[in-house]
Ligand binder design. Structure first.
Ligand SMILES: NC(=O)c1ccc[n+]([C@@H]2O[C@H](COP(=O)([O-])OP(=O)(O)OC[C@H]3O[C@@H](n4cnc5c(N)ncnc54)[C@H](OP(=O)(O)O)[C@@H]3O)[C@@H](O)[C@H]2O)c1
Length: 268
């Protein structure tokens, strides 16, 4: 039995706990820490998982998953430092924070694995990218991959690529939600009832995502198949290009990458 403790059970921490339960882990194998007792009580009631102090989490857990906001990391590291050693495994889900930060603040030899997950973890469809720190062995990486595979898909990337991953898949679901929201607005503009517009767009998003995931076709091929000569789609595409949507996405994702770099530098 591998006991996993989530330190900071907010949105992503809760998603991981829920996903691990759904993926077949029992509540006894899971722990969490939380600052607010009401939030801890709510999570225990919802999932049957025990909320504990950091000291108890460090004592009982084989894997300590840090899921606080990057700006809240310092007190967590100060609390963990006297409690962990080379036999612990620390997994960081924090955007922008390098493994070297943990390695500097925690005792020598503590293995650290950096992960960038995303929120579709709640429905078992996360995209997570893992990178080992300098003390993490292939066995540590395999353990983290196995843990994350129960809540979605996992890739391993060199740590230097983690800021790009953060911008692409860490924040990625938000870009799709934004697009869906704008497309529902377009339906309203065209006079459709909101509920109908929502259903049309959400199911189109699910269908398009499934086609991308299951047909193995390039997105260009799939789009061309819907774009007939002098048809409706090409008129829409012309407007998307005219309004610079492709360039806006490139700039947006680059800005997200820059912010990830900045978050990491704040702790140098
Ligand atoms: N949300 C995403 O889409 C996403 C995707 C990928 C990665 N991440 C990463 O996941 C991490 C968490 O993000 P989130 O969106 O889940 O944030 P969040 O909802 O604010 O969750 C963080 C939780 O940690 C708690 N916390 C803070 N300091 C603590 C401490 N010392 N001890 C115990 N609990 C503590 C917070 O409590 P308070 O309410 O008191 O602050 C909050 O409940 C971030 O580092 C983020 O970069 C998030």
């Amino acid at each position: 039995m591998t006991v996993i403790a989530v330190l900071g059970a907010g949105k992503i921490g809760e998603a991981l706990l829920a996903g691990l339960l759904q993926g077949g882990r029992s509540a006894e194998e899971l722990l969490f820490t939380e600052r607010h007792p009401e939030r801890a009580a709510e999570l225990t009631e919802r999932y049957g998982i025990a909320g504990v102090e950091v000291a108890e989490a460090a004592k009982r857990a084989d894997v300590l998953v840090v899921a606080v906001k990057p700006q809240d990391i310092e007190p967590v590291l100060a609390e963990l430092a006297p409690l962990v050693g080379p036999g612990s495994l620390v997994v960081s889900l924090c955007a922008g924070l390098p493994t070297s930060l943990y390695e500097r603040r925690l005792p020598d030899g503590v293995p650290v694995v950096r992960v960038m997950p995303n929120t579709p973890m709640v429905v078992g469809e996360a995209m997570s990218a893992v990178s080992p720190g300098k003390h993490a062995t292939p066995e540590h990486v395999a353990l983290v991959k196995e843990m994350l595979a129960t809540v979605g898909q996992v890739v391993e990337v060199p740590e230097a690529q983690q800021d790009a991953v953060t911008a692409l898949s860490g924040s990625g679901p938000a870009y799709f939600f934004f697009l869906v929201e704008a497309m529902i607005d377009a339906g309203i503009l065209l006079g459709l009832p909101r509920a109908v517009a929502e259903k049309l767009i959400i199911q189109s998003a699910v269908g398009a995502a499934k086609m991308l995931a299951e047909t193995d076709e390039h997105p260009v091929i799939l789009r061309e198949a819907v774009t007939s000569p002098a048809g409706t789609t090409i008129n829409a595409i012309r407007e998307l290009e005219k309004h610079g949507v492709r360039a806006a996405l490139l700039a947006a994702i680059e800005a997200a990458r820059d912010r990830s770099v900045e978050l990491g530098k704040a702790h140098e």
